[in-house]
Design a protein around this ligand. Sequence first.
Ligand code: SF4
Ligand code: SF4
Length: 375
Amino acid sequence: MARVNNWQIGREMSYWYPESRPRRQFAAVFDTNKCIACQSCTLACKTTWTSGKGQEYMLWNNVETKPYGSYPLAYDVKLLELLGSQEWEGDTYAGRTIFEAAPAGERVLGWGPEEQDYAYPNTGEDDCAGQVDHGARMALPHMSWFFYLARICNHCTYPACLAACPRGSIYKRPEDGIVLVDQGRCRGYQECVRGCPYKKVFYNPLTGTSEKCIACYPKIEQGVQPQCFVNCIGKIRLAGWISTPEKARLDNPIDYLVHIRKIALPLFPQFGLEPHVYYIPPVHVPEAFNRQLFGPRAAQAVKAYLNAKNDPDLAGLLCLFGSTEMVVARFKRQGETVIGSDESGATLVQVPLKEPVFIRPAIDPRLQVIRTNCP
Ligand code: SF4
Ligand code: SF4
């Protein structure tokens, strides 16, 4: 085991391979507060990549309702239980990662789902935590709550799938950090399926190999965001590139949300993989639940997000979500407009911070028409 630095847990940790970071790292921010569970992302991915034989059950992108939803069934609670105590001391994780908690002779603490665990991908959909009593009405904070968690592969810095593979069939591309399975080398041992705590590698029984989200790399290579991003109805997603904290750039959208404003957080950072899908936590959920999913900064992230209305740069950046199909590598605000550009500085999109509102008179005297039925 090598010693590597994991900035998400604020300390060094053990990993099977030495630290080797790609030239740039693909990353994404998902705003959970905007997801409506329409599953357009799920279908965009399904119809693009997993409509073949042996792939019927695969959902490289899925959207589950928390707290009860999960795909495959209980993927998260099973591992949380296996891992045991997960205490933080400030921003430093004091518990064990899944690499440090691996049983003797194994590289990762993991488990293998059974066929039945993949049978009901929408279990728990729209089920809320707590009881809704007779006569209950909506009030803030919500006594009963749920939220939607959209998930893809995290293209981790320290992928457990890669560490677990005994044949070295999984690799991380040096040019963009995307994690792929070499279909020619894979022999279908499924150690990656057991190892990935997010269960984002799937075994294809027809080909006898494992398959996973490829971050739509043919699109990324063209500077275009992946299918599940550009088809997102809620405009909750932004793809881009993340730096390590000491190299964070003010004009890089992902750096700004993760490192500067710190409103976007990794999912289960305590597992130790340094995953690169970052979530803006839901604002209406108990702090302890957010903390378990997103780590010790969850409450501060919620506070900063709620303050966006007083923070024009942050508000402007949030307006860029879903505004263009291109990858926005740089952004800046000019007055009431936010501008997204590519790495060369060429403008891709301009969005007003506030959409103008036009109120038409109910009666048009020139055409002599009534435009509404309640003038
Ligand atoms: S999320 Fe899972 S499949 Fe994706 S890189 Fe990380 S360990 Fe591998
Ligand atoms: S398309 Fe967007 S809004 Fe719809 S379920 Fe997927 S992530 Fe949520």
